[in-house]
Design a protein. Structure first.
Length: 571
């Protein structure tokens, strides 16, 4: 590629809405541009990186025996009604009508479309197992699109779906895809972890997420220091440590204390000179049917995912101030005593006596509170998020958990017969009976992989792309603006490498060398061959490895040696 005829759209400054390093760098490097919230153009260099990820994914999917198709972005609402998911998907599903008033939506994922397709085309067990995939745009009207293409509204996903005759077959397909994912992320040069995860909107019984480890990741991953356990905090079940019983065995009577304007756990802990773990928060939530309260220890956080699963509800969120007012619940001073809504209590509260809660009166708290005696508990359960130092939930393991942040780049699910049953999708089995397919589904966000790679590989000068993902592997930089010996030499090396099919660009733009060096660094081009009058006069050219920082000089006429050096670094 001749950069004089190309679009290098680098910027000095990152936009003010770019919070993460990858978002800042991708915009500054001229890879992406926002055209609406969560909707992006991929500019040429960005698209080159995107295609490299896409190609790796396609190669590994093909190698694993998956078959490529392309399903439409626009999907008829009928299919969503058939599976029953139209109702529960909520606002992420963008719905609209066509000119004949028929309902459609933009596909956020394609379980319905693929189940319908396979049901129509595959009639017999003889044609199974089969794994179908596509690499195609999705739309999710995310409530908070952010971090550039990391959490976009329109994004490209590789989504694959396996169809098997039974559970054992489905398990094999799952493992096959799991291993393909490992190859994909290895080839992308990412540091990642496969962790146990929640199945979310997709449903199903079992899933793993592939997490790229990065401080700015939106997900929290907990890993055991003694065994292989690693899981998203959303699903990490908790083995409460029964040796940390607090409050003593003698129950004191509950009494109210004046706590003016003290609405936070920290306020109360400071005022009463206790630890936040001696305080119990009463959180009020709105669910499908009514308000509920959940008790969580002051130093713990509620896991909405776990509670939602426990209650088997579609909707669960913190009650708004308005709703609280209507029910005479005093925000900041809510407590379980005399509260006329159902109270669920986290298991950690079981290990507490004589604790402190709100008293349902403005500016008052209660101390010496005890469950059962002072208020009824509808149910105890595991409702909190795991934290560093919690016990590993695995049976017989005595390890403790520690947390790291991660970016979810891929997700594999075992779906079982969830969709084939609801959509009545069947095949004729060997015994002649019609049976539901056993399914699995497997997603990778292509743009998110690019952003995660940038998040994990950068320095003060810009992106440090792994060789496999860089927009160009080599750039030949002529440091002389004018037509002259440097540019001629640069063209000669460029033609030589291009003929040998190297992924090479020549920076022959009419720009200062400083600009060209900066752009090469910012764009993360791993190998840079710098050709300028000074070194040429000594019969040399300069070769820089962006990843190691090493700069070496090579005889300008020894093109074979230049090639050898490149091969060495690409290996
Ligand atoms: P998240 O929890 O981050 O919203 P998800 O669980 O909704 O992800 P899946 O439905 O499993 O995601 O989608 C498969 C893959 O698609 C994800 O692993 C991720 O790489 C990608 N993906 C999902 N949502 C987005 C998005 N808004 N922008 C970019 N990529 C996305
Ligand atoms: Mg999501």
């Amino acid at each position: 590629m001749k950069l004089s005829n190309y679009l290098i759209a680098t910027l000095k400054e990152a936009p003010s809405d770019a919070e993460t390093t990858s978002h800042q760098l991708m915009v500054r490097a001229g890879m992406i541009r926002k055209i609406a919230a969560g909707v992006y153009n991929f500019l040429p260099t960005g698209l080159r990186v995107f295609r490299k990820v896409e190609n790796i994914i396609r190669e590994e999917m093909d190698k694993a025996g998956a078959i490529e198709v392309m399903m439409p972005f626009v999907t008829p609402a009928d299919l969503w009604n058939k599976s029953g998911r139209g109702e529960i998907y909520g606002k992420e599903l963008l719905r609209f009508k066509d000119r004949a008033d028929r309902d459609f939506c933009l596909g956020p994922t394609h379980e319905e479309v693929v189940t319908d397709m396979v049901d129509r085309e595959v009639k017999s067990y003889k044609n199974l197992p089969i794994t179908i995939y596509q690499i195609q745009p999705k739309f999710r009207d995310e409530i908070r699109p952010r971090f550039g293409v990391m959490r976009a509204r329109e994004f490209t996903m590789k989504d694959a779906y396996s169809f098997d005759i039974n559970e054992a077959g489905a398990e094999k397909s799952y493992i096959n895809m799991f291993n393909a994912y490992k190859s994909i992320f290895d080839r992308c040069g990412l540091t990642y972890k496969a962790v146990e995860a929640d199945s979310g909107n997709i449903g199903g019984s079992f899933s793993h997420e592939f997490m790229v480890l990065a401080e700015t990741g939106e997900d929290l991953v907990l890993s055991c220091d003694k065994c292989d356990f690693a899981a998203n905090v959303e699903t990490t079940s908790i083995k409460e440590n029964t040796s940390t019983v607090t409050g003593g065995t003698d129950l004191i009577s509950a009494n109210e204390i004046s706590t003016p304007k003290m609405t936070s756990v920290d306020d109360i802990a400071n005022f009463l000179k206790v630890s936040s773990g001696d305080i119990v928060k009463t959180l009020v939530l709105e669910s499908d049917d009514d308000l509920i309260a959940v008790l969580i220890r002051g130093d713990h956080d509620l896991s909405l995912t776990k509670l939602k699963k426990f209650l088997s509800v579609n909707f669960l969120d913190f009650a708004s101030e308005e709703v609280l007012k209507k029910r005479n619940i005093v925000k900041g001073f809510c407590g379980p005593i005399d509260l006329d809504i159902k109270i669920y209590s986290d298991n950690a509260i079981k290990l507490m006596t004589n604790f402190i809660t709100g008293s349902n009166k403005l500016d008052f708290h209660s101390q010496g509170v005890n469950h059962d005696r002072d208020f009824p508990v509808e149910s105890f359960g595991d409702f909190r998020e795991a934290v560093d130092g919690d016990l590993c939930p695995c049976d017989d393991c005595v390890g403790t958990l520690s947390s790291t942040r991660g970016i979810e780049v891929g997700h594999v699910f075992k779906l079982g017969t969830k969709y084939s049953e609801s959509m009545n999708a069947t095949f004729a089995d060997q015994d002649g009976k019609e049976k539901n397919y056993y399914m699995g589904c497997y997603g990778i966000g292509v743009g998110r992989v690019v952003a995660a790679a940038v998040e994990q590989n950068n320095d003060e000068n810009g992106i440090r792309f792994p060789i496999a993902l860089a927009p160009f592997q080599i750039v030949i930089i002529s440091t002389d603006k004018k037509e002259g010996e440097s540019l001629l030499k640069a063209r000669e090396v460029y033609d030589f490498l291009l003929n040998l099919s190297y992924d090479v660009a020549i920076d022959d733009r009419n720009e200062n060398p400083g600009v060209k060096f900066k752009d090469a660094e910012l764009l993360g081009i791993p190998l840079q061959l710098r050709i300028g009058p000074k070194s040429l006069a000594k019969g040399l050219v300069e070769f820089k490895n962006r990843l190691s920082g090493e700069i070496i000089e090579i005889d300008k006429d020894n093109l074979e040696l230049i090639k050898e050096k490149i091969d060495e670094l690409l290996r």
